[in-house]
Ligand binder design. Structure first.
Ligand code: SIN
Length: 283
């Protein structure tokens, strides 16, 4: 698409682009929004630099794309229930989001998109990686694609957020006061191959972080294929990497990507604000 109000420069072959020429602290017009939305569908992860976004402004922007959701495991900012703060302090050694996943895939309607805004970042490190799950699906062999057709993944919040992970989160200096120790485990069954509702493209929807097994199969039977698909999805050729600066906003499409927050900055501080959008039921 030829953009008239914005400049869009890809940052890798598989996905990701930087968007120039837009000030998100102001209301954006319909044409500007349509072009940003098209770039979101085309590039899957959009990076906007030097933005000045209050939590309210971040929610207002996200609302142009869809319905901001309430995240079930972290307390929101006191007066903005759609925004959570992700903080790793100088004392923490574990981070939030440090494993490949698509946000909230254990919910019946997993997050459609995520808006992550950087407030404080380490001098180096703390990048986020993204993977294009459609590119992964499209490059599988025809026989593997046939095998996956109709297969249902069972996705559980317990995989990450209960047991070991919950204990870790509670010990985190930056997150322990924000963690909601809900006794509820959320489990949702979703197709392993999902079709993007807006582009019609198929992509893989499996991750070791959330998928426990396939419907009708034991965990033991499922694990080898979950491991293969999880690793295949994040081959270097299917990924891009975003280096954060304070004021960077990244908007990504969870329906066709996975992401990974790198934990390579112990002793330094990283603070982000996150809004997720309610998605549809994967099909
Ligand atoms: C997340 O998984 O949503 C957090 C990603 C990040 O902090 O880079």
């Amino acid at each position: 698409m030829a953009y008239q109000t914005i400049d869009v420069k890809p940052i890798a072959g598989a996905l990701g682009a930087e968007v120039f020429g837009v000030d998100l602290s102001q209301d954006i017009g319909d044409q500007e929004f349509d072009e940003i939305h098209q770039a979101f569908l085309d590039h899957k992860a959009l990076c906007f630099r030097e933005q000045d976004l209050s939590p309210q402004r971040q929610v207002a922007l996200a609302s142009r794309f869809g319905q901001p959701d309430i995240y079930p495991f972290i307390k929101a900012l006191p007066d903005v229930p759609e925004v959570i703060e992700i903080l790793k302090t100088e004392r923490d050694t574990v981070n939030f989001g440090g494993g490949w996943h698509s946000d909230t895939s254990y919910l019946p309607q997993p997050a459609m998109g995520t808006f992550l805004y950087a407030l404080e970042v380490p001098d180096s490190g703390g990048d986020t990686m993204f993977a294009n799950t459609q590119r992964a699906y499209e490059t599988l062999s025809p026989t593997m694609k046939n095998m996956l057709e109709g297969l249902i993944g069972v996705n559980s919040s317990a995989q990450n957020y209960k047991g070991g992970r919950a204990k870790q989160m509670k010990e985190l200096d930056g997150m322990k006061d924000k963690y909601i120790d809900s006794s509820e485990i959320s489990i949702a069954e979703h197709p392993v191959v999902r079709t993007h509702p807006e582009t019609g493209r198929k992509g893989l929807f499996v991750s070791r972080a959330h998928t426990t097994n396939f419907k009708g199969m034991t965990v033991e039977e499922s694990q080898p294929l979950i491991n293969f698909l999880s690793e295949y999805t994040v081959h270097p050729e299917f990924t891009c990497r975003v280096r954060w600066r304070p004021g960077t906003l990244v908007v990504w499409d969870n329906r066709c990507t996975q992401h990974f927050a790198l934990n390579d900055y112990n002793g330094q501080r990283r603070r982000m604000h996150r809004v997720t959008l309610r998605g549809d039921r994967p099909a």
